[in-house]
Design a protein around this ligand. Structure first.
Ligand code: SAM
Length: 310
């Protein structure tokens, strides 16, 4: 899949092309895409291909095409504070972008079948947090990845505001996916060769909309042999934030805002040519005499002088 937009020379170039072709339509999605270099999710030696609008597969590592991710990010309608579940979370590229939008009060979980891919995703996440140029500019909800088959999530699992499935879903599993959603939530998944956006409108009602024709590798079905005990997947817990965590978030936010104000102030000083400060001169109030009155007064005085002189 992919090839819908021309190849970029670097990440920014690729995002420019996705924007121009209307795959990226909102500012927050654009910012998330620019903040994370797709090339960082490629293995050494393959980076050159990262800025093409193409899917990439190497062993168990698999990334979808950038035009797909753009559509998915837009269709998820992400907002700060939402909970997100990524089924088939792979390298963590998409989960990390989502984390930049849902922010520190969100929930960001991923389930991935392959252990080596989860390890790869954790390494990439660590790299982004420690070395990412843009990490400090955002408030982030760090993704938590678990290994397991996403078709075997425990039935007592909590529900999410937003869900994405990164591999093809069979019609039989449509309801399984839909009940993981909170009422009012949105699920985006490839089903029957259509990237589909599903909104849960009530306890038993959903609305569905096709977004794009796609071709995805299917989700791997239950791996156990018949009769084996199921390896139920336990999703990470949704915990209440500790006081220490909250303090860290607010201190970070305050410092971030201060730094922003400071750099904005400095940018303004550089951009606007400094006006010469004009000395405020206080005008003395002068009581002017109206000319007509002055004229008659003058002639009156003159008359008086004249009569005195006479
Ligand atoms: C196209 S990749 C998704 C890549 C991901 N969106 C990213 O940002 O890197 C699809 C992923 O689904 C995983 N997968 C396939 N079947 C699965 C299953 N039943 N349970 C969990 N993960 C599965 C694959 O291992 C693969 O990593």
């Amino acid at each position: 899949m992919g090839g819908a937009v021309s190849a970029g020379e670097d990440n920014d170039d690729l995002i420019d092309n996705l924007k121009e072709a209307q795959y990226i339509r909102t500012e927050k999605v654009e910012q998330a895409f620019r903040a994370i270099d797709r090339g960082d999710y490629y293995l050494d030696g393959y980076r050159d291909s990262a800025y093409k609008d193409l899917a990439w597969k190497h062993g168990n590592i698999h990334l979808s095409a950038p035009c797909i991710y753009s559509e998915v990010m837009e269709a998820l309608k992400l907002q700060p504070g939402l909970s997100f579940l990524n089924l088939g979370s792979g390298t963590g590229y998409l989960s990390t972008m989502v984390g930049l939008i849902i922010g520190p009060f969100g929930v960001n979980h991923g389930v991935e079948l392959h252990k080596d891919v989860v390890e790869y995703a954790r390494e990439k996440l660590d790299d982004f947090i420690k070395n990412g140029d843009s990490f400090d500019k955002f408030e982030f909800c760090e993704p938590v990845f678990v290994v397991g088959n996403c078709l075997e999530i425990s039935t007592d699992s909590h529900q999410y505001d937003r869900i994405y499935c990164g591999a093809g879903v069979q019609k039989d599993h449509e309801n399984y996916m839909k009940v993981l959603l909170k009422i009012g939530g949105t699920l985006v998944m490839p089903i029957e060769d259509q990237l589909t956006q599903i909104t849960r409108t009530g306890q038993c009602t959903w609305e569905s909309k096709n977004i794009l024709a796609v071709s995805f590798a299917p989700l791997v079905q239950q791996s156990r042999a018949d009769g084996d005990k199921s390896d139920t997947v336990q999703l990470p817990p949704v915990t209440v934030r500790s006081l220490q965590d909250l303090s860290r978030i607010y201190i970070r936010r305050t410092l971030h805002n201060l730094a922003n104000e400071d750099s904005q102030g400095r940018a303004m000083v550089q951009r606007v040519p400094q006006k010469r400060k004009r000395r405020r001169c206080r005008r003395r109030r002068i009581n002017t005499v109206r000319p007509t009155w002055a004229k008659s007064q003058r002639s009156h005085l003159a008359k008086q002088v004249l009569s005195r002189n006479e």
